[in-house]
Ligand binder design. Sequence first.
Ligand SMILES: [Zn+2]
Length: 244
Amino acid sequence: MDDTAPIDRAARIIDSEAAHIRARVAESGRRLQSPAAALTAATEILNLRSRYFGVTGEHFGIQDFDGIRVIDALDERLLKGLHEILKKFVAAHRRSPDLRLLAMLTEKISPGFTDMPQYPVAYMVLYLLRTAFDRFQNLADAGAHDLAELEHAFVHHLLGLVDKFVQTRERPVWRHFSDVAREYSVVSRLKCSCGDEKFDVKRQSLCQRKGAPPYDRLDLSCKACGAEKTILFDLPHFQDMYRI
Ligand SMILES: [Zn+2]
């Protein structure tokens, strides 16, 4: 069996879906004339997730290592695209939002944000964003605030949430720690072929190789059936640790 094939397939899906996200971000970024338009653009970008979930699911199990890897990579692209759109809106509309409304939104629609891990994985942030959109809709429907002002504050609120994530993926050192934090999140989502979802990490080892960044090797065993599994994680930002 050719075991490089799934890796190639995964890379191809990531490349083509990431290109699709970039194209849609570029297109949506041209229609940001009002807070409402920015929120529509943000929703359109977030909705792209169902598309790459579908494409990935045709080739991989969504709870298999390859499937999780593809979804995580595309979730990150999606959040970076969303970040780009929100930043573009804020740069073009310099007026500050009503700070009282902004504080109210933070308290009422994203209380879970403080419970997020220091290095959240993209899907956690996407879940929080979905919840925020739902709660925002309820607030807007209640009609107690001027809608345009509320929307303006919400765009800033969203940018704040997404920016925290993007920083963990772009800042040197932070991005390495967030790669490592993601490893355990992947293990917690993996499903064994016996149907159980609980793998134990038996051993974690940092592996060096010549002329390339090191990688982590995790040896796992299923708590239910004892099946063993080894997964590898690239650590492309490992060198950050020596540059501080
Ligand atoms: Zn098992």
